[in-house]
Design a protein around this ligand. Sequence first.
Ligand code: SAH
Length: 194
Amino acid sequence: MDTLTLKVLFTVGFLSAWAIRIPYQKQNKQHKAVVARQVRQEQCLFVLIYLGMVLLPFLYVFSPWLSPADYRPSVWAGALGVILFTMALWLLWRAHYDLGKNWSPTLELREGHTLISSGIYQHIRHPMYSAFWLWNGAQALLLPNWIAGLDGLIAFGLTYLLRISQEEQMLLEQFGDGYRAYMQRTKRLIPYLF
Ligand code: SAH
């Protein structure tokens, strides 16, 4: 697979992920946030995610500026990248669909927030973050460039590490024993494993 094909595949995956999110972003605006946690940290993480998952990858796709960090593309990495991106897209769609109006891009609770523990959420507590790990893995495999390929994993990895316990703490405070019991019967990212 040549670099141009890989760039096209990455762009198609990225735009599909964006298309999945758009209706939920619109819906999100109709339900006011009643609790917002770690606002400053969330703003910084937003910038980091934007850099790692949007700006740098597309700088690589559309300009030669990052080309000193290029390496040889591989057909196997490309094929695995397509598989991971496809899995990420399905999981992203399913998680948005199940979370519905309770979705927020940041640490928030919305008006009439309910605890979701059905659909994909009956198998894992953070399917959207699983999707983001897959997406960033796909980015690393599809973009044969040390900067544009790996910066998404670094940006999302840091976001995940900083956010995950805070999110669960917020949901524990809101839903108490309901969320505690839900935590006991589910794993975070991979069913039965992790
Ligand atoms: N961490 C989840 C959701 C990401 S969206 C996932 O990876 O699928 C982030 C928002 O979702 C958080 O601000 C929180 O309010 C909400 N949230 C997370 N898990 C939830 C659940 N099981 N039920 C309802 N809302 C949830």
